[in-house]
Each structure stands twice: as structure tokens, then as C-alpha cells.
Design a protein around this ligand. Structure first.
Ligand code: PEP
Ligand code: MG
Length: 848
């Protein structure tokens, strides 16, 4: 497709005098490495010469130098690509690695600026070869003559090692091509917004130029006062168009109108790139690129299987009943039947049991019952009345405008269907007859469809809607099934039986993956299974890094039942007992004895393992009927955590007494949530000392703080002077650092605790704690992510408290890395430009 004419590949050849003008230009190798033909670059934009002809070098050095004298006409803002214009007009693009625009400049150091004159051999860009090797798709560096219509390659070196400065390629200038016949005619203009997340970089510029070349019309793109010929990828890249930039496309000539429509269509389609909307939008509904959908990770893992679409049969109900007595009995009978079914369905793990229990309590909800009864009294049928009651509750939840409650809607829909099923309506689609390796596709899967199902046949779950904290997502994670949510409506157009590759860790669903990626993913899935089995076998060993640094892996608990599961999973301790379960959904707070008994039961189940009890962490978003919280504009920033305990010290006193009575001193540690300043710790310590005195307990009890506010992270040294330990709550720390509601499904794709800003707060915490020899742990959600563990350890964290199901994997991951490797990874993560880039680092670590 390139316009570069090939004269002779083997030698200088004998130029046709009619075609040449000026002497040949010799380009020197800009890199040390191995020179290959362009066709070997694993990217059709380069391999098919859409950008122009040239060759590629697989670099072994980390310096890119000027191949000839000239002027820098383009230095991409991500510093991965530079274009030099030689004195004879040849424009030479050097593009370091593939897809390196996504690194956003990370690992590249520019040594020139746009417009600068350089001499052959001058350093243009230096780069971190190691980092690129980890984070880029490939290091291969295409070297392209982008205005090839005017030049011919007379000679080039290929399939050979090259050293910087060595002769690489000889270019010959051809006589100017005839002027375009398109100049005459009407001019058409159109304003467009660049939607691609990475702007108009090399790949989209090449596609756009290619399209422009297929029309006779003269087409230009205007940005402010700058204008680029749309046929020139370099000129287009030179505009430096970032996402969201408004440009004007102008076409003039015979087929100008058609050309403009085609150019606009291509740009507006996102040009096969991830658009900003796909990356930022709440529900990423657009197709990210041909054959690939983007989604939000709800449960980690990789699955290869066939599409099975789940649709829910419509359940029609008669509006009018056959007498209120009859209808009322029918409804009560149906509810009782569903309760029996739920009660009999033993959950396979704590998550399933908790969700079954929640559904049982919904069925007992007095509001639902009284609303349905009132409808029956009005003459409606049992089914109509039940549906009406459920829909009324759904409207209430949706009206709360809190996405966490909105995610409970699918639980209500589930119960609506189950009760209507018990009244004789069609049941939810059975999942028993799945084909082997099924990937379920649905708008939203109902929890009851997943509970108790045979996970052996399930390779993955992808939902068009849903949120990462929905019950279906929690169930998928508890069953080790990779799952994506928020894939958008395009998901539901995938026909049954289509082969799919679901990569939850990268948030991608590939339709009809290539034979090569099928093979690769099969290998990875098998490796993960083996690794998991090995990890399970060693789950009960104490955790150390490969070079012997002790890392404690504990579990987060929220009930007595959780404690047994944690011990069975290999937990070495409990790094966070969330005590809220004792305080919510009741009319009065639990008394001292009731609490003490529960704490004792948990301590005994843990059989001497250290137990960190967090004092009550409720607030405006988790209301308790017996605590009349003042109305708050912004509950997440209001009365919650330790602030509640200090507002109502009598509650705290009872809780501290119960903790000290229930848990042996040697096993007991106490932790305070939502600390923002030292005075809070001091106030609680004074109450704790008084309680110890009252109970006659001489032993010192460790009192630690949670680091969940940026304030606590930045003053960790001050807190650590008096706190016995620090534990980072990454859920809240991320929420307050990024100013993003942790429960907002619309922000789920951006809410990532691996954001470098959060990592820097974690680093500040461990540094502050180290100054006073205090240990820092992590007990927020990030501790349950095995991919994040090496980074956390590299940042100085020495204990992780996770959900029980992740303990074996965490121990295995930690055991594979030395402290030095963790530190190196952490340093790279700290200087990454986005959470996505940090995730790529962790993934490349996993692949290597
Ligand atoms: C946290 O914020 O990370 C944390 C562990 O506390 P919770 O999730 O209970 O708010
Ligand atoms: Mg918290």
C-alpha cells in the first residue's frame, strides 16, 4: 500500500534518471539490534505498509539516534514515536515498540523537541528496555518512510544484526508526482470530536490516511490554526490530537461529500480503538474493537468456552384474583415453598450461605407482606399482588440513588420470579443442562440460578449489565468462575455456540479467538489449575517470600461461620473482624454478654491465631435504628467509624469490655476505623485503659489504627508513634483518595486501588510506620488480589488480610518472589501513570 517504489533490494542499482532528483540519502541504523523486513512486525498497520515502507529493528540497546541530519517534525507526547524530516524532504518515522502509546510516556526519555535540528547519530529518545519488555506488546521498532510517494528505497539491510550508526537503508528521491486532480469543486466541512482514548496516534492516523487516499478529493483535518493533509499519517499525528479534541474535517473535489462522510464515520466509530467513552463510561456498551467486548472484572480468571445465552421467560400473571382468602393462602403457600427450598439449599461456601440467608430475610419482610396483602384485599391475584409489592420495593431502592442498593434489585427480581414460579409460573432457566465449558451470557444472572449449580461445566460468566458488587458477582468469585459485568448490550447479540475467550483480569471478552490465542489460553488455564492445586496443597504452611521474609496472610471475618472457613483455608490470623454484623438489622444494640460470647466463639475457632477486632464502623450509609444519626448531606464524609464511637462512648465502652472479656489477651488486638488524627487514637486509648483497669486486666492490649483516610496515610509517622500497628483499608483509602464512591457501579471500571496515587499513600504509610518500627498490614480489598501482593510487599507491607478463598493463591504468589523483586516492581508501579498500567505490570509479572 505504500507509495515507496522499490528499485533494488540487493545493491545500489542503477537509478532511472527520469525518476530521480538529487543524490541518494543513506540512513544510519538508529538502534542496536536485529533488522527484519516490515512484514515480520506483528501489526498489520506496519506489516501491510499502511504507514509506508521501511524495515524494523528489534532493539538490544536502549538509545534511539537520528538516522540522518534533519529536523524533528513530530515527537509524540507519549515519547514512543518520533519523525525526522531529512534535507531531501524524506520523513522518517521511528516507532519504538508496539502499542507503546498506552504507556503514556512511562519508560521513555526524550532528548529532542519538535522543530529541533539534529545531526546523524544524535540521541533522540532513550528508553528503559527492561520496562518496555515487561509492559509493551512487542519491542520491535518500525522505521518507516511515511511520504513514500516521493521516494524509492534503493537498498536496505534486513535479517542481520545492526549496530547504531551502521548504514541501514538508501533512499532515492523521485520527481514530484503530478498534482492532484481533485483541487476543483465544492468544499464540505464537518466538526468531529476525537473519541479514541489515546487520541490520534500511529494506528488510527494510518487508517485515516489510508481511507483518505482512496478518494480523489483533497481532504484536510484542521485543529485550531493547524492543518494536516489527511493522506499523511505523519501530518495527522503531528496535530497531536488528544481524545475529546474538536477538529474540522474539510474535503474538496469530485467525491468530497462521500469522502467526508466516510472520514467522519471512521473517526466517530472510534477507529477500532478503545474510545474514551468505553474506558470512562459507566456501562461500557460499545464494542472495543472488532470481535472484542470490554467489561468490568467481577471475578478474576480466564475462561475459554462456548456462548450460552440465558433469557428469562416472561411470567404473565392474571390481575384479578378468585377471592382474597384463596389468593392470600396461595401467596403464603408459595412463599413458604420458596423458603423451604432456600433453607434446604445448603450454600457451598460462606458467600452462598450469606446470600441465601439474605433472600430468606427478604421473604420475611413485613413491608412486602403487607403491601401484597393490601392488593389481595383489593381483589388482585396472589401473583399480581406479589409482583406489585416487589416492584414497589424496587422503586424504593432505585429511588435511593445509591448504586449499592440498586444492585440489590436483582435479588428482588430473583425472589419475584421464584415466588411466581411457586405459584405456577415458568421457572428461571435451568442451568443443569449446560454444555461443557459454557460461558453464560445474560443481562443479569439471578443469584438463585448460580447457587448450587455444577461449576465444573461453567467456564465463565459475562453480563451485559450488573455491577461488581452484585450478589451474582460475589457468587461467581466464591465459585472461582471468571466473570465480567457491564459488557453492554452488544453481548446479548452473540449467538449461542460461539467460541469465546473471557479474560476477566484484562476486562475483555474475545469473540472467535484465533487458533493461536485459543492454544495460548488453554495452556494458561491448565497452568493456573496446576498452580492452584499446588497452592491449595501448601495453603496451611506459613507464608514467606522466596528469600525467606515472613509475610502474615490472614483472613477478614464477618461472622462466626467465616472463622471456620478461614481456618480451613489456611488463614494464619484474622486481620480484620468486621463487628458490624452484630449491630445492624436490629432495634437495640447488642449487650456486653451477647457480644463477648460471639467474640469468644470466634477466638476459639481461630484456636489461638491472632485476632484483630475492629471497633464498630457504622455511619450514615449503614444506619442503625437505635442510633438516630443527625441528617447528613454527605454521609461518607460524616459521622462514621471511630467518630461514631467517640460520639457515643457508652457504645464503645460496652464493645471494648466485651472484646476483653471474650478474647484472651495474648490473642487480642483492637483496631480503630476511619482514623483521621492522633487525638482520636488517644481518646480511645484512654477509654481502653480505663476498661482494662475495671476488668483487672494487666496485660497490654495492642491498639492499632486503620489507614483509610489520606490524612492518616500522610501522618502515619505521627500515628505510628503511639499506635501499636497500622492496617490499610484500601477500599476507603481509594474512595477518599480518588474522590470516587466505592459502591458506585458506574465508576467501577475506574475504582482501582492500584492507582499510583493510592500506592503512593500506601508507601507513605509504611515509611511512617517503619520510623517507629511498627508493622503495616493491608486488610482492604486489595489484599485479596494476588496480583497486587508483590507490589504491596515491595512497598513495605508485611501482613495481608484477605477473603478466605484467596489465601492459598496469595501464599503461592508471595512464595515465588524475592523481596528485591517485589521492591523493583513496586518502584515501577509508583511511577506508573495509571492503575491500568500498574495492572499491566502485574500481568506481565504473572505471564513471565
Ligand atoms: C476498607 O475500607 O478497606 C476496609 C477494610 O473497611 P470496610 O471495607 O469495612 O469499610
Ligand atoms: Mg473502611
Amino acid at each position: 500500500m505504500s507509495g515507496v517504489r522499490k528499485l533494488d533490494q540487493s545493491g545500489a542499482g542503477s537509478p532511472n534518471a527520469d525518476l530521480t532528483s538529487g543524490p541518494d540519502l543513506i540512513l544510519l541504523a538508529p538502534l542496536d539490534g536485529w533488522a527484519s523486513p516490515l512484514g515480520e512486525v506483528p501489526d498489520p498497520v506496519f506489516a501491510d505498509k499502511m504507514m509506508g515502507d521501511g524495515l524494523a529493528i528489534d532493539p538490544t540497546g536502549s538509545v534511539l539516534s537520528a538516522p540522518c541530519d534533519g529536523e524533528i517534525v513530530l515527537l509524540h507526547p507519549a515519547y514512543h514515536a518520533v519523525t525526522l524530516r531529512a534535507a531531501n524532504g524524506a520523513e522518517i518515522l521511528m516507532h519504538i515498540g508496539l502499542d507503546t502509546v498506552a504507556l503514556g510516556g512511562q519508560g521513555f526519555t526524550p532528548h529532542v523537541t519538535r522543530g529541533q535540528k539534529v545531526r546523524a547519530g544524535d540521541t533522540l529518545i532513550s528508553f528503559d528496555l527492561d520496562q518496555l519488555a515487561r509492559s509493551a506488546r512487542s519491542l520491535i521498532t518500525p522505521i518507516i518512510i511515511t511520504n513514500g510517494e516521493d521516494f524509492a528505497i534503493a537498498q536496505r539491510l534486513e535479517n542481520a544484526g545492526v549496530a547504531r550508526g551502521q548504514n541501514l537503508l538508501t533512499l532515492r528521491r523521485l520527481s514530484p508526482l503530478p498534482a492532484s486532480a481533485a483541487a476543483a469543486g465544492r468544499e464540505f466541512r464537518r466538526e468531529l470530536v476525537i473519541p479514541m482514548a489515546h487520541g490520534l496516534h500511529a494506528r488510527p492516523a494510518a487508517s485515516l490516511a489510508n481511507l483518505a487516499k482512496s478518494f480523489a478529493a483533497e481532504i484536510a483535518i484542521l485543529s485550531g490554526d493547524r492543518r494536516a493533509n489527511a493522506r499523511s499519517p505523519v501530518a495527522l499525528m503531528g496535530l497531536g490530537l488528544a481524545k475529546g479534541t474538536v477538529v474540522t474535517a474539510i474535503a474538496k473535489g469530485a467525491d468530497a461529500e462521500e469522502a467526508l462522510a466516510a472520514i467522519a464515520g471512521l473517526i466517530e466509530s472510534g477507529m477500532g480503538e478503545a474510545t474514551a467513552a468505553e474506558i470512562a463510561a459507566p456501562l461500557r456498551t460499545e464494542q472495543a474493537q472488532a470481535g472484542m467486548l470490554a467489561g468490568v472484572r467481577a471475578a478474576p480468571g480466564l475462561g475459554l468456552g462456548v456462548a450460552v445465552r440465558l433469557t428469562q421467560p416472561e411470567i404473565a400473571v392474571e390481575e384479578m384474583g378468585q377471592g382474597s382468602r384463596h389468593e392470600s393462602q396461595s401467596l403464603q403457600g408459595a412463599i413458604a415453598m420458596v423458603k423451604l427450598k432456600l433453607g434446604a439449599a445448603a450454600g457451598q461456601n460462606a458467600a452462598q450461605s450469606a446470600i441465601l440467608a439474605a433472600h430468606l430475610s427478604f421473604l420475611d419482610d413485613p413491608e412486602l407482606a403487607s403491601h401484597a396483602e393490601a392488593k389481595i384485599v383489593e381483589g388482585k391475584s396472589a401473583g399480581y399482588a406479589w409482583r406489585d409489592a416487589i416492584q414497589m420495593q424496587i422503586a424504593v431502592l432505585q429511588g435511593l440513588k445509591d448504586p449499592r442498593f440498586a444492585e440489590r434489585v436483582s435479588d428482588l427480581v430473583d425472589l419475584e420470579r421464584q415466588v411466581l414460579g411457586a405459584l405456577g409460573g415458568p421457572q428461571a432457566a435451568p442451568l443443569r443442562d449446560l454444555p461443557a465449558r459454557a460461558i453464560l451470557l445474560a443481562e443479569d444472572i439471578l443469584p438463585s440460578q448460580l447457587i448450587g449449580m455444577d461449576t465444573a461445566r461453567l467456564a465463565g460468566i459475562a453480563m451485559a449489565g450488573g455491577g461488581p458488587t452484585s450478589h451474582a458477582a460475589i457468587l461467581a468469585a466464591s465459585m472461582n468462575i471468571p466473570a465480567l459485568v457491564a459488557c453492554g448490550p452488544a453481548l446479548l447479540a452473540i449467538p449461542d455456540g460461539t467460541l469465546l475467550l473471557l479474560d476477566a483480569d484484562r476486562g475483555r471478552l474475545t469473540v472467535d479467538p484465533s487458533a493461536e490465542s485459543q492454544e495460548q489460553s488453554r495452556r494458561q488455564i491448565a497452568e493456573r489449575h496446576t498452580a492452584r492445586a499446588m497452592a491449595q496443597a501448601k495453603a496451611h504452611e506459613l507464608c514467606h517470600t522466596k528469600d525467606g521474609v515472613r509475610i502474615e496472610i490472614g483472613a477478614n471475618l464477618g461472622s462466626i461461620h467465616d472463622a471456620a472457613e478461614a481456618v480451613a483455608a489456611g488463614a494464619e490470623s484474622c486481620g480484620l473482624l468486621r463487628t458490624e454484623f452484630l449491630f445492624l438489622d436490629r432495634q437495640s444494640p447488642p449487650g456486653e454478654t451477647e457480644q463477648a460470647e460471639v467474640y469468644r466463639a470466634i477466638a476459639e475457632t481461630l484456636a489461638g491465631r491472632p485476632l484483630i477486632v475492629r471497633t464498630l464502623d457504622i455511619g450514615g450509609d449503614k444506619p442503625a435504628a437505635y442510633l438516630p444519626f443527625p441528617a447528613e448531606e454527605n454521609p461518607a464524609l460524616g459521622l462514621r467509624g471511630v467518630r461514631v464511637s467517640l460520639w457515643r462512648p457508652e457504645l464503645l465502652t460496652v464493645q471494648l469490655r466485651a472484646i476483653l472479656r471474650g478474647i484472651p489477651a495474648g490473642q487480642c488486638r483492637i483496631m480503630l476505623p476511619m482514623i483521621a488524627s492522633l487525638s482520636e487514637l488517644r481518646q480511645v486509648r484512654a477509654i481502653l485503659d480505663r476498661v482494662r483497669g475495671d476488668l483487672g486486666i494487666a496485660d497490654k492490649i495492642a491498639l492499632g489504627v486503620m489507614v483509610e483516610t489520606p490524612a492518616a496515610a500522610m501522618t502515619a509517622d505521627i500515628l505510628a508513634a503511639e499506635a501499636d500497628f497500622l492496617s490499610i483499608g484500601t477500599n476507603d483509602l481509594t474512595q477518599y483518595c480518588l474522590a470516587m464512591d466505592r459502591g458506585n457501579a458506574a465508576l467501577a471500571s475506574q475504582f482501582d486501588a492500584l492507582h499510583p496515587a493510592v500506592l503512593r499513600l500506601i508507601a507513605a504509610t509504611t515509611q511512617g510506620a517503619d520510623r517507629h518500627d511498627r508493622r503495616t498490614g493491608v486488610c482492604g480489598g486489595l489484599a485479596s488480589d494476588p496480583a497486587a501482593a508483590p507490589i504491596l510487599i515491595g512497598l513495605g507491607v508485611r501482613s495481608l488480610s484477605a477473603t478466605a478463598s484467596q489465601i492459598a493463591d496469595l501464599k503461592a504468589v508471595v512464595g515465588r518472589m524475592t523481596l528485591e523483586q517485589c521492591r523493583r516492581l513496586a518502584q515501577k508501579a509508583l511511577t506508573a501513570t495509571s492503575a491500568g498500567q500498574v495492572r499491566e505490570l502485574t500481568l506481565s509479572m504473572g505471564d513471565s
